[in-house]
Design a protein. Structure first.
Length: 504
């Protein structure tokens, strides 16, 4: 159910004071927050600079803080669809819309038609209209709008009887789907709530420094940069970055080097690693950063902007190791669609997992999904649904599904499922009625890296999904890999993901 609401006036300069007062009383004294106040994006900005407007709104009003948002606005450009503007703002605030129409000079038919058009335009733009209030009305409406209910008042004051009509609808209003920007904002708020320390071993890359500055500005994590203080300070000055809040640690710091070398030699003695060999390994910033995690000096690491995936993962596998109940490290992507989030795995690490490994990946993926606010419904994907087909990969998926069900009876999991049966309720009803997952899956586990990697990239490029990851799963503590082509935004997202993982 919704915890916030958005009052959406159709006309400029509509006085909303008495309406917001009545609604706050009805909705449990929610704080009223003006959406178009000075310093925030104005209606025209949502047309001309929609992405920037959304980002600023999300940064200003965390979606996790319940409120009654007041969409009152001053006169704006002719031709702007204000219903669509309200809808875009409301969707990023996760707030269903209460439409407010000044019915002065309108008869009932004109007012109802206006309400229909406004509700339609709002819905088309991604809003969730749930009620309409007509102020200055000279009539009592005899018909309902599709999104109902409709309340008409002769002035601008809503009576207790009118509130009673609105109460059931508003208190049971659905929470709108979460747009990608809002989802990312919610993750940032989670990271800020209990900041963790993330080490970035590639301070030689300016993208890493720029991302570090953004993270520090957001207060989303404490940052450790590996490198020499003078070098990093000089580069930060050249790039006009504020890195004063970052801790800089040199790989040559003797006290740390001795401590980490001794511990690394102890951990890898069975592989013939001596203290001298350990010191050599620690010249590699990925090993050094991983030892910071092992020693409790950092909570997680993000690497890969300059180095290969193997360079990032190898020290983690050797030192951090996998969780006791997991033997397989895998890579998942959070896929952020316009109206929902899903998790795809494995898209990055395990090439051809056997049934036991595939079961590990499914269980780890369910846990990752839960960490990031997704109630996991896990589908193990194949070219066959149920027992309709046969073959080596179908058998592998069948065995993996059985292992997951036996080891994790609490999970909603099913397989093998074809992709259409996993996501389409109509197809699911025909192919696998009674499945706890079919038609509603949100965690998709692929049986081969070829499939997982191709699917996530195809969906990212053709369906407009935002892909966040890869998120490495199964390690005792979070270490995440970057693409060497990563954008600054990708690095920021991955650091935030790592910080949330480190919260447990």
């Amino acid at each position: 159910m919704a915890s916030s609401y958005y009052l959406a006036p159709l006309q400029a300069t509509t006085n909303t004071d008495t309406i917001t007062t009545a609604l706050t009383q009805l909705l449990g004294n929610l704080p009223v927050k003006p959406v178009f106040q000075s310093g925030l994006p104005q209606p025209q900005d949502w047309v001309l600079k929609s992405e920037l407007a959304a980002q600023k709104l999300v940064n200003t009003f965390p979606a996790t803080s319940p409120a009654l948002y007041d969409g009152s606005f001053a006169a704006t450009f002719t031709g702007i669809d204000i219903a669509a503007v309200h809808a875009r703002a409301a969707s990023h605030l996760l707030a269903p819309m209460i439409l407010l129409i000044d019915a002065s000079g309108m008869d009932e038919e004109a007012a109802v038609n206006t309400g229909h058009v406004m509700a339609f335009n709002a819905s088309q733009a991604g809003g969730t209209p749930v009620a309409t209030i007509l102020v200055n009305a000279s009539f009592t409406p005899s018909v309902s709008l599709e999104h109902a209910p409709v309340v008409a008042v002769s002035g601008s004051k809503v009576s207790p009887e009118d509130l009673a009509k609105l109460a059931p609808t508003l208190k049971n209003a659905p929470c709108p789907a979460i747009p990608p920007l809002t989802y990312q904002g919610m993750l940032t708020e989670r990271a800020k709530a209990a900041p963790r320390t993330i080490v970035l071993p590639e301070s030689e890359d300016e993208r890493v420094l720029q991302a570090a500055a953004q993270i520090l500005k957001l207060s989303a994590a404490n940052i450790i940069l590996l490198g020499e203080e003078d070098t990093i300070a000089s580069r930060a000055q050249e790039l006009n970055l504020d890195l004063a809040g970052a801790q800089v640690v040199s790989l040559c710091e003797e006290e740390r080097l001795n401590k980490y070398a001794s511990r690394l030699a102890e951990l890898r003695a069975h592989k013939g690693v001596t203290p001298e060999k350990a010191r050599q390994l620690l010249q590699d910033s990925a090993y050094f950063g991983t030892m910071m995690i092992e020693s409790g000096d950092a909570d997680g690491m993000v690497s890969g902007a300059c180095h290969t995936t193997a360079n990032t993962i190898r020290p983690a596998l050797q030192i951090i190791k996998t969780k006791p109940e997991v033997s397989t490290v895998s890579g998942a992507f959070l896929m952020l669609f316009s109206d929902h989030a899903a998790l795809y795995a494995d898209c990055a690490v395990s090439i051809d997992p056997n049934p036991s490994q595939l079961a590990d990946i499914a269980a780890s993926s369910a846990k990752t999904a839960s960490q990031f606010g997704i109630d996991p419904k896990v589908a193990l994907i194949s070219y066959s649904t149920g027992d309709s087909g046969s073959g080596e990969t179908v058998e592998k998926v069948l065995q993996a599904t059985q292992i997951v069900k036996e080891n994790h009876p609490e999970l909603a999991v099913d397989g093998p499922l074809q992709f259409d049966a996993a996501v389409d309720k109509t197809v699911a009803a025909k192919k696998c009625p009674g499945s706890p997952v079919a038609g509603q899956a949100n965690v998709f586990v692929f049986n081969h890296l070829d499939v997982g990697n191709c699917v996530y990239k195809a969906v990212q490029r053709t369906a407009g999904a935002v892909a966040v990851g890869p998120i490495l799963q199964g390690l005792n503590k979070p270490v995440n890999d970057l693409s060497r082509g990563a954008l600054i935004e990708d690095i920021v997202n991955t650091v935030i993901i790592t910080a949330v993982q480190a919260q447990g």
